[in-house]
Ligand binder design. Sequence first.
Ligand code: FDA
Length: 489
Amino acid sequence: KEEIEAPIIIIGSGYGGAVAALRLCEAGKKVIMLEMGMNWGKSGIPYSSMLKPDKSAAWLKNKTIAPFFNIFGLKPFTGVLDRLDFEHINIWIGRGVGGGSLVNGGMAVTPKKNYFEEVFPRLDSEKFYNTYFPRATTELKVNIIREDFLNDCPYYKFTRVGEAEAHKAGFKTIRVPNVYDFNYMEKEYKNEVPRSAFRTEVIYGNNHGKNSLDKTYLQKALDTGNLKIFDLHSVNDIALNDDKSYTLHVNQIDTSGKTIVEKVFHCKKLILAAGTMGTLQLLLKSNAENNLPLHENVGKNWGNNGNFMTGRNWVKPLSGGTGAQQSTIPVGGVDNWDDPKYPFFAEIAPLPMGMDVATALYLQINKVDKKGSVSYKNGKLLLDWNESHTQKMKEHADYFIKKMNKANGGTRAHLLFKNGFGANICYHPLGGCVLGEATNEFGKLKNHDHLFVLDGSLIPGTIGVNPFVTIVAITEYCIENLINQNEFS
Ligand code: FDA
């Protein structure tokens, strides 16, 4: 077996991993990053659109797995979108150099300050809102669509209709910032550059326009000359050595998922940034198989960020439908967060099916009043999560849809979901390795001296908005303090 020594290893190249890599590399540290997915930029293989799924569409599956689009006949390939199926919930994740930034809708939302304070009572919120959130949105290149463009562009009819209907039903709406470059989008509308958001590209990757992590944090980290990324390297398990260093058993795979080389990596310092589910899988599996010491809080305080999908089909489309042409980049949301009885945020989501399906789709984000937990048994990750955890969210969705239908006409979206509700759709798994509970105040795992967790698992199951801006801000805060405390010297 090939053996490789490194001072610092980061597992995973999503938000937490990319931020940690940049700040460590800037501090002059040599970093190795292991990512099980492909480096798409380097491969030269294009991402596929939603209407023509191809290589990038699914992680080693013979059919597509995006919600509502199940097309058979794929040749298994290390695509960018993966789905983990549990009994009551399906969790979608991104795989590849850039992690979730490759597949997500790019919605870059800073949480409400009072909710952030409720979720993280021990953090200095002033410092976060003055320093770490602005740092995150600057590095991520967050920008906002021009209202004139939005009002004129046929690809945003779904947003205009969604907002008008929400207002008619008495709801408040907000403009949602994004990392998709809206200057690029205006050019693609005029056909001056290749199309991406207007060509149904998003969940299987964007060939243009989107400032995913490979174009921001990871590129900056690579530019220092201190980062080396090994793609198609899947970490199997972690072992703690007597001298407190770590050994990782890693499979280098080919694009059909077959192991081509088994490798062993050794490191003094290890950062786990494999995403909420990836980090929990590695920790709990390594505990079961290699006796990796774990604090009892690992696996606790997990949540789906209140994700609840719902929608409306119109019997008589009063507003003339949502449009045959739809941008894949959402820019609008219903903000009902201040309602004490039904607090929620609902993204007005596109449904780019290439025809006017007269259907409105919403991804609701609710509070999580009942948290779940994650464990590992018989070689499998187990999630304690069932309908009781989403009951309250369902009541909110029911309230929202009924109010919208009463004001605007339409029916619950029976075409998209069984009973009209998608309780089982989760894009935002969070928690399980919560900051200050399973880790110290800066992400160092309890019971360890040199193992750090920096990703969505630090957030206790809920943040009230789409989570990546918060993941970036929390990681900026943790890594700055860890570096200042000489944890990587
Ligand atoms: P992230 O999941 O990004 O990265 C982890 C990486 O580790 C992955 O690349 C994975 O392959 C790798 N990995 C895992 N296990 C490994 C192993 N054993 N060995 C090697 N590598 C391993 N959020 C938002 O704020 N706005 C939005 O619009 C959206 N939209 C959205 C749409 C869809 C379809 C999805 C699936 C998700 C979103 N999200 C989102 C959620 C957002 O993308 C998500 O919260 C973050 O990507 C999580 O960042 P992390 O750093 O936690 O890990």
